[in-house]
Design a protein around this ligand. Sequence first.
Ligand SMILES: O=C(O)CCC(=O)C(=O)O
Ligand SMILES: NCCCC(=O)O
Length: 489
Amino acid sequence: MTKLWNAQLCTALGRGLRLQSTAAAYFPSEPASPVLKTTIPGPKSSERLAELGKVFDNRAAYFAANYYNSIGNYIADVDGNQYLDVYAQIASIALGYNNPEILKTAKSDQMANALANRPALACFPSSDYQQILEDGILAAAPKGMSKVWTALSGSDANETAFKAAFIYHAAKKRGNNTFSPKELESVMQNLVPGASDAAILSFEKGFHGRLFGSLSTTRSKPIHKLDIPAFNWPKAPFPSLKYPLDQFVTENKKEEERCLAEFEKVIQQWSTQIAAIIIEPIQSEGGDNHASPSFFQSLRDLTLKYDILMIVDEVQTGVGASGKFWAHEHWNLTTPPDMVTFSKKFQAAGFYFALPELQPSLPFRQFNTWCGDPSKALIARTVYQEISKYNLVENAATTGAYLYGKLESLSGEYSSIFNLRGQSTGTFIAWDMSSSAKRDMFLIESRKLGLNIGGCGDVSVRLRPTLVFEEKHADVLVDIAEEALKRLG
Ligand SMILES: O=C(O)CCC(=O)C(=O)O
Ligand SMILES: NCCCC(=O)O
């Protein structure tokens, strides 16, 4: 009895301690608050950026970082300043800077071997690649998916998913694996029937990358797309919800119904086959736009009705920050999506799938020299294992709920921040400000106060901290945000 009680107490304490102190356990010397040694940007940062700018376009740079001195949730710059980082390399640092377990993996023999002898994976895979995948990327696979194709970036993950969708539909139409002479000849002229005129449908304000195919599905900002040739592919509206959600239930339901009706109309009227739709669970670059689980369920139903594949782009939402490992788990779909793409916090990129037919009938069709990178798959394995060991998805959910509560109070006090969103999506929280200029000023003032924070859409501020972001970090974030708001007046 005593033994059992002790065991239960230890488990409960261990869990509590883990939830409270993972950052402290990993990073005993993480600062308690930002360290500011110079004005921001500091003189060395400006000098470094000016030098780098002579050979590399760094006009988007915020400051010159010092990654040796960055630790946990704090990023350092070359002037010795340390900022609480709630942008985390555009949502891409899962376990904090210089995480000891990531460093251990980085310094392992297996990593050295993978880096020194980078394989052309499809032709010469190493004997341990399956195990690396099974213990990491595949162990994390969304429900219903047991296969993966690894890629090089989020854009590449999406584009390889598009290719799988086109090849899948063409094979289905053809009914066999024999290509006609006309197909073989026309494809070399970039013409149908060898080249496909099928399309990928995406949503207004969606962001799916910047390569040629993925850019055609990106609809967030004109500046990304200007001057680049684009496919003539369809788009459908994404709901524009009103906040707070509980005050606009009827309006928001109507808005989602409008978007679904429009979506179905686009499908019915499009003149060529729509091979797949691609959608983010929370549109990120385009402004942190949310929709309800029932909206996504209805989309899924419509894709099944019209024999269109559903690709869920979890490049930014995946790997824990939404309070679920995969954000689409919030929807409880009756039928899983056909493909789920990933990158960012996993460092490795690619797409998961279930249907065996999403693998082309022949090799060298879905192919390039690298087909991913075992060194990144090793990092993904450590990311997954550490997330599991320390319940970091749960940490994102509970810290997010705490942070949301504090921000809700702040938005009650300061009318300059509104449309707070992300109430039950972990630390995936955002809000709007009255104009782009105001939002940009807020980001700059926050940085001057030691908070590295990012924007999205035209007027939104988005939070993308690591998975080892805890309540003590949330307190620092909210204090600085309040001070920045006061300074803006
Ligand atoms: O800002 C984002 O959400 C996406 C970042 C990115 O991949 C890009 O801008 O190309
Ligand atoms: N989508 C680009 C994000 C870069 C930035 O504004 O920080």
